[in-house]
Design a protein around this ligand. Sequence first.
Ligand code: SAM
Length: 343
Amino acid sequence: MGTFAPSPTETDATRLTDSHGRVIHDLRVSITDRCNYKCVYCRTGEHGAQFAELKIEEYLRLISLFVSLGITKVRLTGGEPLLRRGLIELVQQLARMRTSYGDPLSLALTTNGHLLDGLAQPLKDAGLHRVTVSMDAVEEPTFERITRVPGSFQAVLRGVRAAQAAGLTPVKINCVLLRGFNDDQVEGFAEFARRENVIVRFIEFMPLEEDRLWSPQIVVSLREIVDRINRVIPLVELPPNDPGETARRYTFADGRGEIGIIAPVTQAFCGACSRVRLTSDGKIRTCLFSQAEHDLYGRLRAGEGDAALREYITRTVDGKEARHHIGEPGFLKPSRSMVHIGG
Ligand code: SAM
């Protein structure tokens, strides 16, 4: 397989922007729609995966086009990306790519962590920088009621520790809170963040699931999470790492540990959004809640050259939605759930 470095003519600094003046530098790529978990807030497990996957070379070609246009950060996701054959080779090739500014790409991956114990070091050696592990409870029975997979809690814990040992740091933990399922885990997660030296990020539940579970009442809000942790261990708000930061960050009053809260429902951050997504079947999604997908791969298959594909990406990103409309009258759920879109 060749190296997918942008050609010399592509190294001029470029910026991918949308019509609302946002600079888009963050690409999330789903590399499979298969998953070995059936998290209650994501997939039923009944519809099965569509096995809508491209070849590793095809993802590389599409990603290199985005990178030549100004993307500086790539996050691999799914489905479950660790299930994807060819992942290590993909990471190796991405680690060789240079941004249009001549720097290495920032490379991250989001995983359920089930297979991370064996893959953390190979991924680090391949050039991955960081992982985010999804973990929705710190107590085994609650965890496995959510994943619906026996033995998953211990596997993920081993995965988190392997990622720490391999230096895929800072390790972040994504936790989706659902009232009545795991909202009793909030305080336990604050302790966990401090004990395991990980950054725990609570994510408000979004209406993107296959089961029809979502309602405003089931969402645990940023305000409630902060108030509850504050009662146990006082929190101090931290400044954002960068203007596009989606999480509100907090440390504890003694300075040990960090948590973040991503509040797309109660405190939407669309104005600072710097992301676009590529689905596992090669479609561009300009918002998690887009009603339209843009078939980039179809154009590649039809033989369009790099210039035409770049022009298509630029035009599509320009049309990125101003914001989502969760909770508003007439809100429409996207036709595909998170497992297909790529979280
Ligand atoms: N399988 C990997 C994992 O478990 O992290 C990657 C894919 S998963 C779809 C990516 C992220 O989306 C996970 O952190 C998951 O918790 C989050 N997610 C899935 N459905 C969600 C929903 N309805 N609301 C909020 N976050 C969700």
